[in-house]
Ligand binder design. Structure first.
Ligand code: ADP
Ligand code: MG
Length: 461
């Protein structure tokens, strides 16, 4: 069993019990009588055994009344599925012998960051190419990562789509988690933030999980904050979270696709943002694009892309680094499929659509599929595959829905783009999503955000 989880449990046991008390609103008397004295005996095979000083009868009662909820707290805190068992200390001998040694500090990787598994391992400072377009943002990001909450707080990074905001923000998270593992770092997209708030409001504020979760953080990073604009309740809750963290000297990092002055935000949020550091990331110059391109080619071991082709890409893909990467993928796929060498001629043919899209952004099924796959953190080929797991089939259906609603393409054409599916499959998939949208507010929020990612002009309506 994972050492980090054991370490988290041991180190934070008192916190966990207090969280349990708060989440389930246990009266002091109950907490003092039954919960407070619970101690960890062992953690093996996913079973956390706790001991209580009470006798067997009392322990039976504790098991019956409090075990399930306690288990929920433990799972939530560690982000793992853990079974909890409580035994009576009175029947137990030699407790000391059973307690496993606490792992040493050096092996400790924080797992408080429930969402940290969503960090892209490649989005580090080491892999971030610095150029005149992002120099300032990079310098400030490094300063924040080295000394959170000292100089630049809050930090807002803004810039157009695909220019490296998420990469830089996650680099801050990686760096802090590595060098200051005791800090609780939380990276979330504003979509997750909003969806968690929706859940919290729907469950009638029974568990104070939402608030607790966000207010216990040392470094909070919220990506794509522009998506909360106009959502009154989310803005309100965000404002309070922001204030609480700020007041207690915690670091806040935000990204947005536009500067605060162009966001229609309430006055007080606007002014909060302007108290901190605001850095933009611009479109990279040819040289920076070339350096990034060379690095990405290196990372993928694609040394067969000649100089003139690299030049051609860096000169013709202008607006986003994401598309720079997309062009490598497209080119490679084209060359593999046609069993051809990658030459300038081949590149011009293979990248025809991408290059012309640069001038005239059209919403195509391919664009939708790319954005949906990225959003759900799966590959395009998994999205197009026949794999049935909902990890893939759900984003696939979302793509069907979006293609039907955001393009003029026939469902036959959408079916072709979606891995050769027939038109009835597309209609059925799209229908599933529209039905779900009638009752599922989280999905509604996600679809709205996806539509804005696909067509950024929707951000202004
Ligand atoms: P944004 O969040 O601004 O839309 P991302 O951070 O997702 O953009 O970046 C898009 C892609 O471009 C990512 O794969 C990222 O690694 C890459 N990228 C952006 N800027 C750089 C850079 N300066 N150096 C290396 N890769 C970069
Ligand atoms: Mg981003």
């Amino acid at each position: 069993m994972d050492e980090n989880t054991i370490k988290t449990l041991y180190d934070n046991w008192e916190d966990i019990l207090i969280k349990h008390k708060e989440d389930f609103e246990l009266p002091y008397a109950t907490f003092d009588a039954f919960i407070k004295a619970l101690k960890i005996v062992s953690f093996e095979d996913g079973i956390l055994t706790l001991s209580s000083p009470e006798n067997e009868a009392a322990v039976n009662l504790i098991n019956k009344k409090y075990l399930r909820n306690l288990q929920l707290t433990v799972c939530e805190y560690t982000g793992r599925i853990i079974n909890v068992k409580i035994i009576s200390e009175i029947n137990k001998q030699n407790t000391e012998d059973v307690i496993p040694p606490v792992p040493e500090k050096k092996s400790f990787v924080p797992v408080h960051n429930e969402d940290s598994f969503r960090l892209n391992p490649n989005y580090t400072f080491e892999k971030f190419i610095v150029g005149p377009n992002n120099n300032l943002a990079h310098t400030v990001a490094v300063a924040v990562a080295e000394a959170p909450a000292s100089k630049y707080n809050p930090l807002l990074l803004y810039g157009g789509v695909g220019l490296g905001k998420t990469h830089l923000m996650q680099a801050i998270a990686h760096h802090i988690m590595k060098t200051q593992p005791e800090k609780k770092v939380l990276y979330v997209t504003s979509e997750t933030f909003t969806n968690e708030l929706i859940d919290y409001l729907r469950t009638g504020k029974k568990g104070h999980n939402f608030r607790n979760k966000y207010r216990k953080i040392d470094v909070l990073l919220i990506d794509d904050i522009q998506f909360i604009i106009g959502k009154d309740q989310t803005q309100e809750e965000f404002f309070h979270t922001f204030n609480d963290l700020y007041q207690y000297g915690k670091q806040i990092v935000l990204t947005s696709d536009k500067p605060p002055k162009d966001m229609t935000l309430p006055e007080r949020l606007q002014s909060r943002f302007s108290e901190g550091m605001i850095c933009d990331i611009q479109i990279p110059s040819y040289e920076t694009k070339r350096a990034i391109l060379d690095q990405k080619i290196e990372d993928r071991y694609l040394h067969n892309i000649p100089e003139d082709v690299r030049d051609y890409i860096a000169n013709n893909i202008k607006s986003s680094i994401r598309e720079l990467e997309g062009s490598i993928n497209t080119l490679q796929a084209y060359a593999d499929l046609n069993k051809s060498e990658i030459t300038l001629e081949v590149a011009k043919t293979a990248l025809k659509d991408l290059v012309s899209q640069e001038h005239n952004k059209i919403i195509s099924p391919e664009l939708i599929i790319d954005i949906v796959a990225e959003h759900y953190n799966i590959t395009v080929s998994d999205l197009l595959s026949k794999k049935k797991s909902t990890d893939y089939s759900f984003p696939r259906q979302v793509s069907m829905y979006l293609c039907r609603n955001m393009t003029q393409e026939t469902s036959k054409r959408v079916g072709e783009a979606l891995g050769g599916r027939d038109h009835s499959t597309i209609l059925h998939g799209a229908k599933q999503i529209s039905n779900e949208l009638l009752t599922n507010d989280n999905l509604k929020n996600t679809i709205e955000i996806l539509m804005k990612k696909i067509d950024p002009s929707l951000n202004n309506v």
